[in-house]
Design a protein around this ligand. Structure first.
Ligand code: PMP
Length: 356
């Protein structure tokens, strides 16, 4: 039986995504050729790109005036592409974790950066809320879900300046109002596809305002004008993304995902709060629905390795926490069924009986 995959990313994907992509790798659309060996400019692959972009627009309810592009380079390349394309004088950043810090670091190469608030002194256990966004900033950057620390911004913030959001690890997990954002981006390897493709959703009118020269490959306008085909796109991850989005649509779309994601998170956090052996690491009001971080409670610390071994014996994989938090991290993205979370909760209860 397949293990239950709680890895933070690359991570669990719908079976349909894996099976259909595997089939296309052997024979793409009955062509007898592999998806890996056909031209990205052939009509069959152009149809894949078009459907993927159309599903993004439909499932996220993306308004007119926005473009969706699919690029290489990971979310990390966006850390520099964003300031390259948008930062003329000053940008504001909210520092909520390792990835937010990395995004901020790149922006400093391009202009003045105002860090409006940071939870770093508390090891990023919460999302700062009391801060002022400078009204003269070119944009305000946030990381909606902090994959490593298990905190999440679960509302669409109001910003007086264009709002830019890294949604690498929570895109499609809850209903968002795209019109509140100027740019949303993320690596695909959590809720969408294998690593290799990066999505960027951009409000067209924010582009073309900086005075610097932008290298062709780093200019969003080039990729928009060329329908993400300026150079060869990552064809296999794009195909897999299309399959995940078909699966998402067939399963009720983002509202249905949000409903189950709330149930899954509640089930697991309730057990963490009840079970005397475990304790959650993130502030309760900022708990992520995607990455649930917890550690052994005081008095049980020496059982950490035992629990990992016990869970692994039950087929629960990828639960080891990131080194900067320790303990455990259960990543429960869209493709994780409620039954997978239930299996983890059952293991925690059984471990409590054996050890308390
Ligand atoms: N942002 C967030 C929130 C992430 O979780 C990650 C990867 N774990 C990244 C950015 C970096 O993504 P990539 O590896 O695609 O560059």
């Amino acid at each position: 039986m397949k293990k239950i995959n709680f890895s933070a990313g690359p991570s669990i994907l719908p079976e349909q995504t894996i099976e259909e992509t595997a089939k296309a790798i052997l024979d793409f659309n009955g062509s007898t050729l592999s998806l890996m060996e056909v031209s990205h400019r052939g009509k069959d692959f152009i149809a894949v790109m078009d459907e993927t972009v159309a599903l993004f627009k439909e499932l996220l309810n993306i308004p007119e005036g926005y473009s969706v592009i699919l690029l290489g380079g990971g979310a990390s390349l966006q850390f520099c592409m964003i300031p390259f394309n948008l930062l003329e004088k000053k940008a504001a950043y909210l520092n909520t974790g390792t990835w937010a810090s990395k995004a901020e670091k790149e922006a400093k190469l391009f202009g003045e950066v105002v860090e409006v608030a940071s939870s770093k002194p508390d090891n990023f256990t919460y999302i700062p809320k009391d801060y002022t966004i400078p009204a003269d900033a070119d944009y305000f950057h946030i990381t909606t879900n902090n994959t490593i620390f298990g905190t999440e911004i679960l509302t669409d913030l109001d910003s007086p300046v264009p709002l830019v959001a890294d949604m690498s690890s929570d895109i499609f997990s809850r209903v968002i109002d795209v019109s509140k954002y100027a740019l949303i981006y993320g690596g695909a390897q959590k809720n969408l596809a294998p690593a290799g493709v990066t999505f960027v959703i951009i409000k067209d009118e924010i582009l073309g305002k900086v005075s610097r020269q932008i290298p062709t490959m780093l200019d969003y306008r080039v990729h928009i004008e060329n329908g993400s085909m300026f150079n060869t796109p990552p064809v296999v991850p794009v195909y897999a993304a299309m399959q995940t989005l078909r699966w998402l649509k067939a399963n009720g779309g983002v509202p249905a995902m949000e409903k189950v994601n709330k149930e899954k998170a509640e089930l697991l956090y309730t057990e963490i709060d009840r079970n005397p052996l475990f304790v959650g690491t993130a502030a309760k009001e900022d708990r992520s629905r995607m990455n649930v971080c917890f550690v052994m409670a005081e008095g049980y610390k020496e059982l950490e390795a035992d629990f990992l071994k016990f869970a692994s014996g039950k087929g629960l994989d990828g639960l080891k926490g990131h080194r900067s938090v320790g303990g455990f991290r259960a990543s429960i993205y869209n493709a994780m069924p409620l039954s997978g979370v239930q299996a983890l909760v059952d293991a925690m209860k059984e471990f409590e009986k054996n050890n308390a």
